[in-house]
Design a protein around this ligand. Structure first.
Ligand code: ZN
Length: 297
């Protein structure tokens, strides 16, 4: 059976809840600029908009060489909504002075997020090799707490993204939704929540319960889509197109819908293979696979 066919043959008990809008491409689909990395921000905005895609999540790398106001104009002219600026964070370091420097850097990024009218900023929280993970999670909570005045001033939400445990050594001391949720509960602020990326959490035995709890606690802020390639050849840049891997995307999407999430479905694929393709054809494939996923819902 092909993986695409898998989308329309599985049967999930939760999928009756919260049906998609009549035009999910315009109303629900967003693409991360990193997905079409060879394109500039202007090219990505133009081509996404031409396909009727409603949203664009902007990676900070896509802003290099252009001012925040120029970026805002590009996005505004294209008529695109901006679910997220990706990504702030990287809070973890054993030097307090360095941690403060990183908090200040996140303040600047929040200002950029506000300037491009991003709804949230995604946080990859970082990791410091050698420090206990629990200590590092306290650093993260303290850093996010320090940013709350800026969050309130800008209105830009912060979404903590748990990363797959293969990144626990040097990219993220938060690897399960439960750990991100703990920080949200500790800070208990309506603008602090969690980004659920299928690539990072699909393996979690508590996934359904954790997504339910995020829904109940109003902290499910973002949903990122791609797939897990078998075999994965690179820890970072080998994400697969939806349907080309082993993740139960209809099942997880059903969990997210059942939890009451009504935000963007954000396609986030970093892949050396796909970046070598014609990006227009790649975007065709993304739209095709996303439509199949919607049909499966
Ligand atoms: Zn993500």
């Amino acid at each position: 059976m092909s993986s695409s066919l898998r989308f329309i043959t599985q049967n999930h008990p939760l999928i009756k809840i919260d049906p998609l809008s009549s035009d999910p491409i315009a109303g629900r689909l967003a693409v991360h600029t990193i997905t079409t990395n060879p394109w500039s921000l202007a090219e990505a905005a133009k081509h996404y908009s031409a396909r009727g895609i409603g949203g664009i999540s902007v990676w900070i790398e896509a802003l290099q060489g252009i001012s925040d106001s120029q970026a805002h104009r590009i996005l505004d002219d294209a008529g695109l909504k901006v679910p997220a600026l990706v990504r702030g964070g990287f809070f973890c370091h054993d030097s307090a002075a360095e941690r403060q420097f990183r908090i200040d850097r996140n303040r600047q990024l929040l200002a950029t997020a506000a300037a491009i009218e991003a709804e949230m900023m995604v946080l990859v929280v970082g990791a410091h090799p050698g420090a206990p993970l629990e200590t590092q999670r306290h650093w993260v909570a303290d850093a996010i707490e320090a940013l709350i005045p800026d969050v309130e001033a800008t209105g830009v939400k912060l979404a903590i993204e748990p990363l797959h445990p293969m990144y626990a050594g040097d990219r993220s001391c938060i690897n399960r939704i439960a750990e991100a949720r703990d920080i949200c509960q500790r800070l208990n602020h309506p603008l602090i929540g969690v980004a659920v990326d299928v690539y990072h959490v699909w393996w979690d035995p508590d996934l359904q319960r954790e997504i339910e709890l995020l829904g109940q606690q109003k902290t499910l802020f973002a949903y990122h889509l791609c797939d897990w390639r078998i075999p994965t050849r690179d820890m970072l840049n080998d994400r697969a197109l939806m349907g080309d891997g082993c993740i139960d995307l209809p099942g997880i999407t059903a969990m997210v819908r059942a939890a009451g999430f009504d935000g963007w479905d954000e396609v986030e694929i970093f892949s050396e293979d796909h970046w070598k393709e014609d990006q227009h054809q790649f975007l065709d494939s993304i739209l095709d696979r996303y439509s199949r996923l919607c049909t499966a819902m």
